[in-house]
Design a binder for this molecule. Sequence first.
Ligand code: ADP
Length: 249
Amino acid sequence: MAVENLRYRYADGSEALRGISFVVEPGERVALIGPNGAGKSTLLLHLNGLLPERPAELSAVQICGALVMPENFSKVRKNVGLLFQDPDDQLFCPTVFEDVAFGPRQLGVEGDALNAKVAAALAQVGLAGYENRLPHHLSRGEKRRVCLAGVLVCEPAVLALDEPTTDLDPRGRRELKLLLRRLPAAQLIATHDLELVVENCTRAILLDRGTVIAEGPPTALLADEQLMLAHGLERPHILQHLQHQHRHD
Ligand code: ADP
């Protein structure tokens, strides 16, 4: 995945992205951190062309070698699994089964093969047997897991995850982190969960006001207290634990 000088202004004139550039290599897990309004969600929506762009900006994002532009949308969307920040924006079917089955159906999977894929994806997110449940009756955490199942079921090469651990209980967070570490997909994860950043990601990108402020190994970036505070974040407690551990090793 490559993003080059991506700029985006919403219709009301607010400038959300002011020239963002970075690359995520296949299999790499990169965290996108930054305060509210930094542009994280806007950036993720660009990865599969969900925001209308002006022609000059069409070539700013490349996924698996294809530019994100209308003629490539079907190829791009096969390769990118996007988890929306709000599960209610993602779930639109009457049952959990139909929601998770939507992606594979688009790819022509039907019958027993489809049932097996949906069952496996639900089991992956800890929701085995939820096929006949109604999405709008689920808790926020369960909804988020269903959305994730709907993304994972297509086995995309690139995962773009917006706040994947929000609403999850501690066990759910632990299991999700383990699951994400095992997946071969390249991952770009927008999150305020600094434990997720430290435990799962090989690199972190700090975004503020639509620009990349800093980039580097998560522990180095997050340990810089001044930098964190200047951009509405904090130095996570988990780093203290890690440093204590190193001292005792
Ligand atoms: P983050 O995900 O880092 O919190 P966002 O990408 O949601 O940041 O927002 C980036 C900027 O774009 C903010 O200033 C926000 O107010 C603005 N913004 C987001 N969505 C819209 C929208 N639909 N219309 C106008 N402005 C928006």
